[in-house]
Design a protein around this ligand. Structure first.
Ligand SMILES: [Zn+2]
Length: 276
């Protein structure tokens, strides 16, 4: 499971580093994983990919999408590059060896999709298809007018976290990047959307755009790894790296709580609950 900034950064690195390389062999599903998904039989991946050349790549929601000949490889897990002669990981859900001796591998974290299907065909998995249909928050098409169209009858009952980080309402915005977005907007993750004043919604929209763009510009977050297995240059304000440390804005200690199937981090001073 990865999110939009890292999917975008890794896809750009793949296009630059792997573009033009020819696949020697591919192995999918080598290590069993309860929550790893494939297109059809993973044993067919070698047949689908061998001899084909890497083309364009892009981040789509939380997926790294790479054209390989007539196929599209869509991976929602970190992808790691291996130099000639470098040891490959023992466990992996996907290993693609190139004819020049370099390779990439990918392993599921909590879960991961490792899809491989004819380019132009439907992916057949809902998160990715929704991510394709909806404008990316990194594009101009995702503007304030578009953001307002997300407010349907259900939304007032939702918390800020549920609104922003579930159902792919904003493609690729997951529980990780959510934390700094809500801190920047000064909104507590549990605040109900109905309680937010218009100026808080303005701040939320601005933070979605600005924080995601900053994460991409700095090569992803410092809690995640890029294609070359280096941490990103975006220093997270709220993450496992900063819990119990002082908030850079006010000095109060950053807290962590379980909420809606994933930890939330917040500053209780900057993000008071129930005040918009
Ligand atoms: Zn604070």
């Amino acid at each position: 499971m990865i999110e939009l900034p890292e999917a975008t950064v890794i896809a750009r690195q793949i296009a630059k580093t792997l573009g033009g390389k020819r696949v020697g062999s591919a192995v999918a599903g080598a290590s069993p994983h309860k929550f790893a998904w494939y297109t059809g039989d993973p044993a067919e991946y070698n047949e689908r990919l061998a001899g084909k050349v890497v083309g364009a790549a892009e981040g789509v929601a939380g997926n790294i999408e790479v054209h390989v000949g007539d196929m599209l490889l869509s991976v929602s897990a970190p992808v790691r590059y291996h130099q000639v002669g470098e040891k490959r990981p023992k466990k992996h859900q996907l290993l693609v060896e190139f004819e020049d001796g370099t390779a990439i591998s990918s392993s599921a974290q909590m879960w991961g999709g490792f899809f491989c299907f004819p380019a132009g065909g439907a992916g057949g998995f809902s998160d990715r298809d929704l991510g394709k249909q909806r404008p990316s928050p990194l594009t101009d098409e995702f503007d304030r007018a578009y953001f307002d169209t997300l407010f349907d009858a259900e939304v007032p009952k939702l918390s800020a976290k549920a609104f922003l980080a579930t159902q792919q309402r904003v493609p690729g915005l997951g529980n990780g990047v959510l934390q700094d977005i809500l801190w920047t907007a000064r909104i507590h993750p549990k605040t109900k959307m109905a309680e937010l004043f218009p100026r808080a919604l303005d701040a939320m929209f601005d933070a979605v755009k600005a924080v995601l763009a900053a994460m991409v510009a700095r090569g992803g977050r410092d809690t995640e790894r890029d294609l070359f297995w280096q941490p990103g240059g975006y220093v997270t304000v709220l993450s496992r790296n900063t819990v119990d440390k002082p908030c850079p804005n006010c000095g109060a200690l950053i807290r962590k709580q379980p909420y809606l199937g994933g930890a939330i981090y917040f500053c209780a001073e900057c993000q008071p609950l129930g005040e918009g």
